[in-house]
Write a protein that binds this ligand. Structure first.
Ligand code: NAP
Length: 309
């Protein structure tokens, strides 16, 4: 149990990430009270049914009143409109944060609208699932996962320390880095794999009409793992592509070049080149396992996350 860090925590958006923050903050005793807002009545009702907060508001401007910490938990594409709506109602000295998968664009969208007394400490919990909505959240989502904070240089140090303590209290390991650096790193580790998965499953979907039964029947032969990623929220990933355009295009360019090299190796029967590549890629997986980011069991620990047989 950590000490209360915020007297009143306002979560704007209460889907997978917002609800998981609420559950983790309650587990850690991190907030005196938690309020939430969501634009659709059915989402707000679902949050109420799940008892995810102490108070519920349709209007985000109402929700932020008196809050000493506000976390935007909506898709990246919505943060500017929401910030404009809540800005006049923010308490003096409030910490404003978010959970967006892209950080530079979020700062550009939020900063111009914030009152001078607000402290902007953007965040990105590098944890999630392909599920959406309040019922998808769970208390342990952030346990031992990284949360990256990207405050600008001149942001109040106390505000940054509070957000570090908050995310640690939610179970995360915390790193602080520059927003542009975050966006390049995540373009490699998250955005590129996601877009490759969308592309593979898109290609398969086009072929499905004449191979239909076999595609689903034999999907365990590789396709299944890509469909998990490709089932992720379309709005979230549309916004990631549009707001991290430069880094994403750079990584897709590199990927296309490497794909062409592979095509050439296959066409020319260059088994040595293929074998060398497939050996290097195995080493990458071992590094990820060694770093504690994956479990070395055949199903990736999906059925038994603790690695038990
Ligand atoms: P989610 O489950 O779909 O929930 C989204 C929440 O935002 C809902 O409360 C929704 O409200 C609200 N919302 C959606 N569009 C909105 C709009 N245009 N204006 C105002 N509110 C809007 O999404 P999530 O998975 O929690 O993801 C939220 C953000 O977290 C993502 O965009 C992403 O950048 C970041 N993130 C996601 C993951 C992940 O794996 N999912 C991981 C790390 C970070 P209504 O339902 O009432 O419309």
């Amino acid at each position: 149990m950590t000490d209360v860090i915020f007297e009143r925590l306002a979560l704007i958006g209460i889907g997978l990430i917002g609800s998981s923050i609420s559950l983790a903050a309650r587990r850690g005793g991190l907030a005196g009270e938690i309020v939430c807002s969501s634009r659709r009545p059915e989402t707000l009702q679902a949050a109420r049914d799940l008892n995810l907060a102490d108070h519920y508001f349709a209007d985000p401007a109402e929700a932020v009143r008196g809050a000493d910490c506000v976390i935007l938990c909506t898709p990246v594409g919505a943060v500017e409109v929401i910030t404009k709506a809540i800005a006049p109602h923010l308490a003096d000295g409030v910490i404003l944060s978010d959970v967006g998968s892209v950080k530079k664009a979020v700062i550009e969208q939020i900063s111009p609208h914030l009152p001078a007394s607000a402290h902007l400490v953007p965040g990105h919990p590098v944890a999630g699932t392909e599920q959406s909505g309040p019922s998808a959240g769970f208390t342990t989502l952030f346990d031992d996962k990284w949360c990256i904070l990207t405050p600008q240089q001149d942001v109040d140090r106390v505000a940054v320390e509070k957000m570090i303590a908050f995310w640690r209290g939610c179970g995360s390991r915390v790193d602080v880095m520059d927003a542009a650096h975050h966006d390049r790193v995540l373009a490699v580790t998250s955005h590129l794999p996601q877009l490759v998965a969308y592309n593979i499953v898109g290609t398969v979907t086009d072929l499905e009409s004449h191979l239909e039964t076999e595609v689903v029947k034999y999907s365990a032969g590789g396709l299944r793992d890509f469909t998990r990623l490709a089932a992720s929220d379309p709005t979230m990933w549309r916004d990631v592509c549009l707001t991290n355009k430069d880094a994403v295009l750079e990584m897709l360019g590199r990927f296309s070049e490497d794909l062409s090299s592979m095509q050439r190796a296959i066409r020319w029967g260059d088994g040595d080149a293929l074998h060398a590549l497939f050996t290097r890629t195995r080493e990458m997986r071992q590094k990820i396992v060694d770093a504690g980011q994956e479990i070395d069991v055949p199903d990736f620990g999906r059925n038994n996350p603790d690695g038990s047989p």
